[in-house]
Design a protein around this ligand. Structure first.
Ligand code: FE2
Length: 242
């Protein structure tokens, strides 16, 4: 079998945008040299892993530091690049060993989302990146302010508890039939990351965000699903992981 082509672009252009006056979003357009090949490879994977509240399924990629073939080397190259770019920008002590990556497919039609999936969420990971792999785009990521709490980012344990309490006790559980969040009473969109093909975007996991998704067919077809590659830091710096 020939090795899948997951080579990175020869040159990259990194942009940083600031959301709500304080939260950085890192953008790299043209992340892979051959995104069609990455997409083709991704769609041929098995999937099956589910994690947290993600409305879909994941396929993990190489997590080691000593690749034994060309494919593993290319996955490691991508992890090294993501780690280097984010470390240089943030000055956080990020380590490649703490960065894992997967392909993710949204599989759940909006009308089957549970109450917690119907609202923006925060991620356990302190920092994550996403490469959007649909052409044309099937939607990016929208960052929201929760209006009752006045919060975009959950910076402290108290913020997090307040948000979890709001979700449990006050959040509505309306029936919805699209991934377009229409709840102006509770949510104010503050920034939209356009899900351009072959775009990498990184943001802190503690900001409230929502995967905008143009369509999820009832009868699942991976070729018509929103496909991303995620890069997730288990932790930042030394010490035990979460
Ligand atoms: Fe997320």
């Amino acid at each position: 079998m020939t090795s899948p082509d997951m080579r990175l672009s020869g040159s990259i252009d990194v942009k940083v945008e600031i959301v709500a006056g304080r939260f950085p979003i890192v953008l790299i357009d043209g992340f892979y040299a051959n995104p069609d090949a990455v997409r083709e490879f991704a769609l041929a994977r098995r999937y099956g892993h589910r994690q947290g509240l993600y409305p879909g399924t994941h396929e993990f990629l190489y997590e080691g530091l000593t690749p034994s073939n060309e494919h593993e080397r290319q996955v490691l190259d991508a992890r090294v690049l993501v780690c280097r770019v984010l470390r240089d920008l943030s000055r956080l002590p990020l380590e490649v060993a703490d960065l894992r990556t997967d392909f993710s497919l949204v599989t759940t039609p909006a009308r089957r989302l549970n109450k917690f999936q119907k609202h923006p969420h925060f991620d356990e990971t302190p920092l994550l990146g996403i490469v959007y792999l649909n052409n044309p785009s099937m939607g990016g990521t929208v960052i929201y302010r929760n209006k009752p709490l006045g919060l975009v980012g959950l910076l402290t344990a108290q913020d997090r508890q307040a948000y979890e309490r709001w979700l449990m006790e006050s959040a509505p559980d309306r029936s919805i039939d699209s991934y377009v969040l229409d709840d102006p009473e509770n949510w104010d969109p503050v920034y939209q990351i356009e899900g351009r093909y072959n775009r990498f975007a990184a943001y802190p996991g503690f900001i409230l965000h929502w995967p905008q998704c143009t369509a999820v067919p009832e009868l699942f077809d991976p070729h018509k699903a929103r496909l991303t590659q995620r890069f997730l830091f288990r932790k930042i710096g030394g010490g035990p992981g979460a």
